[in-house]
Structures are given as structure tokens and as C-alpha cells.
Design a binder for this molecule. Structure first.
Ligand SMILES: CC(C)(COP(=O)(O)OP(=O)(O)OC[C@H]1O[C@@H](n2cnc3c(N)ncnc32)[C@H](O)[C@@H]1O)[C@@H](O)C(=O)NCCC(=O)NCCS
Ligand SMILES: Nc1ncnc2c1ncn2[C@@H]1O[C@H](COP(=O)(O)OP(=O)(O)OP(=O)(O)O)[C@@H](O)[C@H]1O
Length: 280
């Protein structure tokens, strides 16, 4: 029996997934200051969420990522596997709603970290950042015959012609790779906190975030992109933009999820994945 098929190795991979998924969610959560989002300083533009609620949610959903990894270990992306992952994802959402008293703290995160956890296990813990995103994308492209439910995301995708969380996954998580490249480049010259903030801002400058579109339409999305550019250029501070987003009820939840996913992929796949120019 080779090392990569040994039951102990399966156990190692699922343990890594449980530990690193929770650490990545908490790393995103604790990054302070983040505009409009929950952080150590304030609850951003959220009246129904707190830091403690997001901590509890991060802890509650981690075992579901481990379960997604367990069922995916050494398999190929298939209809049957995608169905299994969907069931576990729905259970994770249910558990999240249970611990938060019905608040959506991590729906987007369950989706993207879930697919990446499965991709990591499909590759028996051996993937690089690019192969992880590619394999996770293949999984997302396996269509399921599920009754379509109306969500904030599906409503705005139709209205504004964007593809949202599903499209990001189906394209092979281009924003996760962008987040990772930005993190790696910025870490060489800035503090860890600044590097993570730069990655978040970079995502905000390009993402069609359905959380923002739902609350504030395309004008709101353009505003978010423009404000993020201004911070990257040094024309505004994170604190100023945080204040403005709270005042205007803006929260870039999709970018936050993709930052968490970038931090996760950094743990799963190592860090040598190219550079970006930081002059946005
Ligand atoms: C695809 C999902 C995310 C539904 O998304 P939908 O677009 O309908 O919108 P919804 O408003 O419910 O949630 C979307 C969330 O994604 C995040 N998000 C928003 N915009 C983006 C974007 N452009 N890119 C990535 N994430 C985004 C936000 O956090 C947002 O809250 C998902 O909930 C789903 O289908 N779950 C079923 C469980 C499943 O299949 N799991 C299997 C694999 S883990
Ligand atoms: N630090 C964070 N603060 C706030 N949201 C976050 C954070 N990290 C990730 N998110 C993501 O943002 C999403 C929540 O966003 P939001 O509350 O705007 O959406 P909603 O519940 O769908 O709609 P709304 O609150 O507009 O009615 C979650 O799915 C979560 O994955």
C-alpha cells in the first residue's frame, strides 16, 4: 500500500482540512480594519452578526469540510461525488444557521472552501494552488438536477447579468489565485496585516460581489471598486472607507470569502504561485 492510499494518510488530509479551514476563516475574520465587514473593531455594515457569532460559525462548519475531504479522497470529479458534496454543504449550511440563530455568516465560504477541500483530497493532499483551483472548478461544473431556489445571489445574477459565487467556482476560482498572488507579492514588502488588506482590496476592485449588488445595485458596486482603488493608491485610509461603507450599508462579503479561500489555498498548496504588480 502506498503512503498516499494508506488510511492514516486519509486521516492526515482530513485533519489538515479541518484545522486549516477554520484557521483561514478566523484569519480573515480577525483581519482589522476591513471596510464594511465584521472585524475586531466593529460589526461593519451588519446589524445581525457579531465577531463571536462568526467565531462559533467557523468552528461549527470545519468538520463538514473534513467530511467533504473524506468522501473525495483519491476520487475523480464525478456526478456522484458532486451530489455527496452538495448534501454535506447543505448540512453545513443548516448547522451554521443553527449556531447563529438563523444568520447567514458563512454561506459563501462553505461553497468555496468546500470545493477547495474536496479538490485537495482528490489530489491526496498533493495539489498546488493552481491545480486545486482547477479541480475545484471541475467539480463546480458538474451540474446537479436540483430545484432552483431563490437566493439573493440568484436574484442579482439575473438582474445584473453576473455569475456570482457559482460562476467564480466554475471559472476555476480566478479571484482566489489573484488573492494568493497579491498576498505573496505584498508579503515581501509589507507587514502581514497590510499584505492581507491589500489582497482584500485588490479583490474588491474587480469582483462582481453579489452581496454588494444585492444591497446597493451596480452604483454601489462601482463605488466599492472605486473606494478600494483609492485605498490601494494611498488616497484614503481603511478607517475612512470602513466608516463610509457602514454609513451606506455596504459589505463586500464575497471578497471576504475569497480572501479566506486565498489564505486557505496558501496553506493547502504552498506559496510559490507567481507575482502581481502592486500598482493598481
Ligand atoms: C452556490 C451557492 C454559494 C449559492 O449562491 P447564490 O449565488 O445563489 O447566492 P447566495 O446569496 O445564497 O450566496 C452567495 C454568497 O457567495 C459569496 N459571493 C458573492 N459574490 C461572490 C462572487 N462574485 N464570487 C464568489 N463568492 C461570492 C457571498 O458570501 C454570498 O453571500 C451555494 O450556497 C450553493 O449552491 N450551495 C449548495 C451546497 C453545495 O452544493 N455545496 C457543494 C460544494 S461545497
Ligand atoms: N468578516 C465578514 N463580515 C461579513 N461578511 C462576511 C465576512 N466574511 C465572509 N462574509 C460573507 O458574507 C456573507 C454575508 O453577507 P450578507 O450579510 O451581506 O449577505 P446576506 O445574508 O445574503 O444578505 P443581507 O444581509 O444583505 O440580507 C456570508 O455568506 C459570508 O460568507
Amino acid at each position: 500500500m502506498s503512503v498516499a492510499t494508506h488510511p492514516l494518510h486519509v486521516h492526515l488530509v482530513t485533519e489538515q482540512v479541518a484545522r486549516w479551514s477554520e484557521q483561514s476563516l478566523l484569519e480573515e475574520l480577525y483581519l482589522t480594519v476591513k471596510p464594511g465587514l465584521i472585524d475586531k473593531c466593529n460589526n461593519g455594515a451588519h446589524l445581525d452578526m457579531t465577531l463571536a457569532m462568526m467565531e462559533a460559525s467557523s468552528h461549527a462548519i470545519a468538520p463538514y469540510f473534513a467530511e467533504m475531504a473524506r468522501v473525495s479522497y483519491g476520487k475523480s470529479p464525478s456526478h456522484q461525488l458532486r451530489e455527496q458534496l452538495s448534501e454535506i454543504g447543505i448540512e453545513a449550511e443548516r448547522e451554521m444557521l443553527h449556531v447563529t440563530g438563523g444568520v447567514n455568516t458563512h454561506k459563501g465560504a462553505i461553497w468555496c472552501l468546500g470545493l477547495l477541500s474536496a479538490a485537495y483530497a482528490i489530489q491526496r493532499g498533493q495539489g498546488t494552488a493552481s491545480t486545486l483551483c482547477e479541480v475545484a472548478g471541475k467539480l463546480a461544473n458538474v451540474e446537479l438536477e436540483v430545484p432552483s431556489t431563490r437566493t439573493n445571489g440568484s436574484t442579482v445574477c439575473k438582474r445584473y447579468g453576473v455569475t456570482g459565487a457559482k460562476g467564480e467556482a466554475q471559472a476555476g476560482f480566478p479571484h482566489v489565485l489573484l488573492g494568493l498572488r497579491t498576498l505573496n507579492t505584498a508579503t515581501e514588502s509589507f507587514t502581514e496585516t497590510k499584505a492581507k488588506q491589500m489582497a482584500l482590496l485588490t479583490l474588491m476592485t474587480t469582483l462582481s460581489d453579489t452581496c454588494v449588488l444585492h444591497r446597493a445595485g451596480s452604483k454601489g458596486l462601482s463605488y466599492v471598486k472605486q473606494q478600494a482603488q483609492q485605498v490601494l493608491r494611498g488616497a484614503l485610509s481603511m478607517e475612512e472607507v470602513d466608516e463610509r461603507f457602514i454609513k451606506n450599508n455596504l459589505s463586500p462579503g464575497g471578497s471576504a470569502d475569497l480572501l479566506a479561500a486565498s489564505l486557505y489555498v496558501k496553506r493547502l498548496g504552498g506559496k510559490s504561485h507567481g507575482r502581481v504588480s502592486l500598482h493598481v
